[in-house]
Design a protein around this ligand. Sequence first.
Ligand code: HEM
Length: 535
Amino acid sequence: MGLLSLRLLPLSTSILIASGSVLLYFIVLSIYRLTLHPLAKYPGPIRYKLSDWPLFWQAYKGNRHIWHLKDHEKYGPIVRIAPNTLSFNTDTALSTIYGPRTANVKKGEWYKTFDIAAGAYSSFTETDKDKHAVKRRWVTPIFAPESLKANEPVIIDTITKFCDTIKPPSNGWGTKRNGSVDATYLGFDIMGSLVFGHGFRSVQEEENRDLADSVLPASMFLYWISYIPLVTLVRPLLRTKLFEIVGGKPVADNNRLIDYGMSQVRIRSSPQDENEEEKELGGKHFLKRLVGYQDKRTGWHPTFPDLDTECLNLMMAGADPYSSVLGGLFFYLAHNEHALQKATAEVRSTFGSTDEIINGSQLNSCAYLYACIEETLRRATPVPSLLPRIVLPGGMSVDGHQLQAGTVIGVPAYALHHDSKYFPDPWSFRPERWIESESVTKESIDRARRAFTPFSIGTRQCSGKSLGYLQLKLTMAHILYRYDMRLAPDEPGLGGGGPDLEEGREREDEFQMWDALGFGRDGPMLEFKIASMST
Ligand code: HEM
C-alpha cells in the first residue's frame, strides 16, 4: 500500500522526498561526527571532522604535508584530520604506531589503489600482516649485502654514464641543467637496470624518456585518486579505456608503465633470457632473483601477477624517492655554499680517483657527506605526509589515548621533521646537527634520530633503505669528485619557495615538494665545471 502510494506521487514530490531524505542523512551523520563519534573530542577544523573531502583536496593539490604541519602548529600534537583519522606529531607515537611487530595496526585500505598491476598485492601494498611477512621474506634477499655487491657495478656504471653526459666543456661552467629532471632520469635508469637488467639510457637519449617521464605523473595521479572517498568504486576502472579517456595523460602513462613491466616480467623471467649488458657488468637483476622463489615456511611461490606487481612496485618505490632526494641534495648543497664546499673537500681528500669511489670503508668514512644526505632526508623527505595505519580489533593506546578498532592513525614525517622540539632551528639546512661535536651533544642526536623517519620504521619500513643510501652516497661522491657545482646565476630561484606561491611555500631556501609517493619537484638549475684535481 505504502509503495503503491509513493509510486502514485507526482515526480516533483518524489524528488523532494528523496532529496529531503539525503539531506536528513547528512545532517544526522554530521551531528554524529561532531558529537557522538569516538574521535569527537579531538581537536581539528570542523570541515575535517565532517568529511574526507578536505584530505582529498589537499592530496590533489600536493600540499597535504603543509597542512599537516600547519594543523599541528595550531591544534597541538594530536589532530583529527578526517572524520575517522588522527594525526600524531610525536616521536613516541611514531615508535608506538610503526615500530613494534606487535603493534595492533595494519596498513590502511588506502594502499590498495597502488596495486596497479591488479590481481596481486606487492610487498608495499599488502595489508594483511601474515601475507606481507611472506612477501617481505621474498624481497629481502635482493637487498642483502651479497646482492648489492653483485649489482654495485651496474649502479656505478649508470652513475658514471650520467656524469659523462653532464660533462661541461674543459674551460669554465657548462650550460645550465635542471637538477630534478636529471635526477629523475638517473633514478629511472639505475632502477631499470637493477630490476630488469635493462639499461634504459634515458639520461643519454631523449627518445628513451617516455617511460621515465611517466613514473612521477603516474605516482602523483594514483596518490590523489587514492584519497577519493569511496575509492573502492573507482579502483576497478583504473585499467579501463574509459578511465584513460576521462583521466587523460597520467592514466595513459600509468597504463603504459604497467604494460611495459608486464612484458618485461615475461621476457626477463624466462630461463633462456641472457642479457649482454648484464653479463658484461656481472650483475644479477632483481627479477631474476624473485623468479623461482619458494617460501620455506608456507610453500608460497610467486605467480606472474605477483611478479608484475612487485617489479612495478620496485620501479616506482625505488626510482622516484631516490630521484626526489637527489633533487633535494642538489638544491640544498647549491643553496648552502659552506656545506657544498665541505662535502666536496671531504670527497676529494678521501678518494684518489673515481675508480676508488665504490662501496666500502672509504665511502663510509665520508661523515659530512652522509650528514648532508641525512639533513636532506629530513628536509625533503619523500612521502612527507601521514602514512595511514588502521587499528585492529582490540584497539590500541597511543600517547596515552585509547583508540578503537577501525580508527585510522599515523605520523606525518614532514611535520615531525620540522618540529623544533626534535630539530632546533628546523628551517635551517644544518648537516652539523647529525655530527657529535662540542656544540652538538649525543643526546640531541639521539633525540633527532627518534623523530627521524624518512624510510619509516619497523616491519613496514623501506626494504630498499640500504640500497637507497648506497645510491645517494655513490651518486654524490662521483659528482662532487668530478665537478664543481653551482646555481645557475641567471635562474637561481627554481625549486625554492616564494611569496607568489601558496601559504607555507614562502621560503626561498626550502626545496618545494608536491606531496606524493616520492614527491613532485622542479629545479634547481645547476651548472657544473670540471674540478681541477679530477682524473
Ligand atoms: C631515498 C630513497 C628511499 C626512500 C626515502 C624511501 C622511503 C620509503 C618509505 C617511507 C616507505 C614506507 C612506506 C609506507 O609505509 O607506506 C618505503 C617502503 C618501501 N620501499 Fe622505499 N624508499 C627509498 C628507496 C627505495 C628503494 C631504492 C627501493 C627498492 C628498489 C625501495 C623499496 C621499497 C619497498 C619495497 C617498500 C615497501 C616495504 C614494505 O612494506 O614491506 N625504496 N620506502
